[in-house]
Ligand binder design. Sequence first.
Ligand code: AMP
Length: 442
Amino acid sequence: MAIQAPEGTVDLLPDGARHWDHFRRTAFDIFSRYGYSPIETPVFEQTELFVRGIGEATDVVSKEMFTAISGGNLGKLLNGEKLKGKSRLSLRPEGTAGVVRAVVQHDLVPQGGAPAKLMYAGPMFRAERPQKGRLRQFHQVGIECLGAEAPTVDAEAIIMLMRFYERIGIPRANMRLLLNSMGCEKCRPAYREQVRDFIHAHAGELCEECNHRAEVNPLRAFDCKNPDCAAVMASAPKITDHLCPECREHYAAVKELLDAAGVTYVEDPKLVRGLDYYTRTVFEVQVVDGMGSQNAIGGGGRYDKLAQEVGGRNTPGLGFALGYERCVLALEAAGVEMSAPRGVDVFIACATDDVRPKAFELAQIVRDAGSSAELDHQSRSLKGQFKLADKLGARRVAILGPDELAEGKVKVRDMSTHEERLVDSDMMERFFGQFGGKKFGE
Ligand code: AMP
């Protein structure tokens, strides 16, 4: 049997890859209006970064990380040797830890400097049980803003995220924005103890894992998928009743800014999100209908202690990530047709074989002028070439006939209006240059 793609992965075939590219560009287009610049970090990092950054007790780190082992090190492992920290590598399960590591390593937020506003897009890897909307390799687009703790950063990011979803076509009515504050190092420890006491008091009604969570990280119990646990945890103490005055003020300011911008949200004091690094604002966007339990299309929050966790100086930060594949499902659920610009600007068809060299030459001229051009490479008949042009979504077909060419002309047909006109063959560059895409870097 032919070899298949690994379980939990999907191939982005040309239409899908084009859509992903369009999705990413749309996101970057919007985010750059808010001052974000692109960053690319490696898809694997030292395992230690995720352990320290995301937290050892999180599902993502304790169960879902893919370890990356080089050939030489695999031999060592099989011999029972231990690998040094530098050789212990994992595929990134999310983007924040790597970006924060890069910010610290390259000192992108010097003391007193402007915030670093960074955006990224790429594959993430989690060894989860694959199901609809849950993959082992999936794509995220995300942002991180480091160096400012003002609530305007939080509100701006949330507004930008919602603008993005609307721009790609997910109807606002289909989305629910959940908001919470997780407090800070001052107010959270006492609250965590209260949740631990609550879990102890309800030990018999909660699953084994939640009881275990009480010991390592009690807040994780809010994330338990078991409906009985969720029912019990609904009456657990709420963080929003235990925020310190600074956190309360910060949270109120974020809400005020969102209210003023007309961005509606639902406060959810149980929203703790799966990663340990969050402080203060956390948010998640869910699709209301049609996506079952994998309905989170994005989320994020503030992580004011993360830079320190990974060895940097105290640098407040906030970020979010959104899942491409989940957004595709959300668009499908809303009945919105996914489309990305496609098709060639001009297909150059040959009426007879003797004009093929001229077609080859003209295709080059058109491409150099900045438009896309394609031609037949399989000796098709003129009818076959038109079929191919259709399949490629050609917007125009230039038909080279010996008679027209003898007069220095080429017939160009607009495929949507069927209008035809004769263009001077030595004017092809100017004619097609006007439809052209921009040159690299423009
Ligand atoms: P998280 O880092 O878990 O908050 O994930 C951010 C977003 O990435 C989620 O809201 C999902 O849209 C997406 N996502 C997370 N895990 C997966 C997965 N295993 N498969 C597909 N998308 C995912």
